[in-house]
Design a protein around this ligand. Sequence first.
Ligand code: UGA
Length: 305
Amino acid sequence: MRYLVTGAAGFIGSHLVEALLAEGHDLVAVDCFTDYYDPALKEENAAAFDVSRLDLAEEDLALDGFDGVFHLAGQPGVRSFGSAFADYARRNLIATQRVFESATRAGARVVFASSSSVYGDAESYPTAEDIQPEPISPYGITKLGCEQLAHAYATAYGLEAVVLRYFTVYGPRQRPDMAFARVVDALARGASFELYGDGLQSRSFTYVADAVAATVAAMDRAQAGALYNVGGGSEATMRDAIATLEDVSGLTLELVTRPAAAGDVRRTSADTSRIERDLGWRATTALVDGLRAQWEWASVRVAAP
Ligand code: UGA
């Protein structure tokens, strides 16, 4: 198949590109290389494949001849109040609306990377897709807006879109602003880690290879209009995850506590029955194995000259 991947030099995007290339697909990879975090890390992520620079919010995406677009580009991070909101609006809402326009014109299917943050502090746990979304971060609001744009384009113009709500994805190349990336970096360097809140907030942490497998399955065989939770199987608190990372590294983390961050939810817990039933996907990587892989990757990088 001929696919386009946006956000290809990002954390999940770069793993997805590698998986699609390994399956022998014909691929175009694009990324904006924004400076939300050091673009040199994105160059490193994309070292094994070609990637073109493209700003989806203003440059046109030519999709004629493509079977599908994996739209992973966006402005991530739930701690999104303040002046940064302009970036969230531009890189999520504006960019995504333009991708949907191009995909509609070309008749290409879109798999859109949404987020568990659309649920906010959810009504019930584990949370199924039909729970009313109530995002509590500006970021989550823009992701929910993108989901609704997908629905509007599907209704008005027949866009074939599948929406995936990823739950806190982790593993090698995790974005450097995310919790585990900071924990493994602090362990490897003997530095401290700032824990927001009491550490009892919990997540359905999802290993990146599992997230990629769900994403490929969604492009392959999801019904148009489908919406799926992509969550890691079991829930853990930050304190549990930190203890596991201390175990796998054999090191003790120096913790500094900070107030809980605005926009952070207390808990996420994915009900994944729908994607299991429809696509036969479930997460297969236990947290301890995924954290070991992330620790090994990070410790080698920190030790490298
Ligand atoms: C993550 C991603 O950053 C979002 O882009 C994504 O959309 C979201 O998952 C999702 O699943 O929808 P988050 O769950 O906040 O958001 O992931 P982390 O940044 O890894 O944070 C996990 C927990 O660790 C949060 O409670 C956060 O407050 C805490 N944390 C984070 C710290 O205590 N210290 C830090 O330095 C960073």
